[in-house]
Write a protein that binds this ligand. Structure first.
Ligand code: GTP
Ligand code: MG
Length: 195
């Protein structure tokens, strides 16, 4: 994931706007405000290629980034956020679900979980969807800088228990901080190693 190779491609608001499924794709899913866009910035070494915000619901489209000519990185709208008008939320959520269950070249979904909160019901719902669609997903813990090591261990134990029910889950958890850079080289290597 060379910084110079990553470019914003397009924002997609409906399934028929997705780019051709002609290369390997990974996506970043998770509750609103969990740190999806920040993680993409950290991974690509670009401070603001993906737009981030304190306000949950910042990313409202499926944002495509190209990494070289053989990979797409996909920043998804968050879920579990009910402050936008209901029809608007319903539209994003339907798009998100269609995408997660119907994208042929989606090689792995990174499911982001805030280290302070652990796996919530809405996350479990997305895990079931990914499972049913046979999409391999891997949990990435975010905002590790906000917790002590002992508290991190508590969340990790909770996540492992939640994952035990989901055969599509990739067992290795990745602990990250987009702020401090922890776990970023590991996750970069995971993405680069996918074939
Ligand atoms: P939506 O697009 O609204 O779904 O949110 P998102 O998941 O893309 O979250 P975003 O990256 O916009 O980050 C949300 C907030 O969390 C911002 O204020 C970020 O600065 C903050 N944040 C993200 N990652 C980290 C991190 O590793 N550590 C700390 N301390 N804050 C973080
Ligand atoms: Mg975002």
């Amino acid at each position: 994931l060379l910084t110079s190779e990553v470019e914003f491609l397009k924002g997609v608001v409906a399934m028929d706007g997705l780019p051709p499924a002609d290369r390997l794709e990974v996506c970043f899913a998770g509750r609103s405000n969990v740190g999806k866009s920040s993680l993409i910035n950290a991974l690509t070494g670009r401070r603001a290629i993906a737009r981030t915000s304190n306000t949950p619901g910042r990313t409202q489209e499926i944002n495509y980034f190209t990494a070289g000519d053989n990979r797409y990185l996909v920043d998804l709208p968050g879920y579990g956020f009910a402050k936008a008008p209901l029809p608007v939320v319903a539209k994003w959520q339907n798009l998100l679900k269609s995408y997660l269950s119907g994208r042929a070249n989606l090689r792995r979904a990174f499911l982001l979980v805030d280290m302070r909160h652990g796996v919530k019901d809405v996350d479990a719902e997305i895990m079931r969807l990914l499972n049913q669609s046979a999409v391999t997903f891997q949990v990435v813990l975010t905002k590790a800088d906000k917790l002590s090591t002992a508290d991190q261990d508590k969340t990790l134990a909770q996540v492992r228990t939640a994952l035990a029910k989901h055969p599509a889950a990739y067992p290795e958890l990745v602990v990250t901080s987009s702020e401090k850079g922890a776990g970023i080289p590991t996750l970069r290597a995971i993405i680069a190693g996918l074939t």
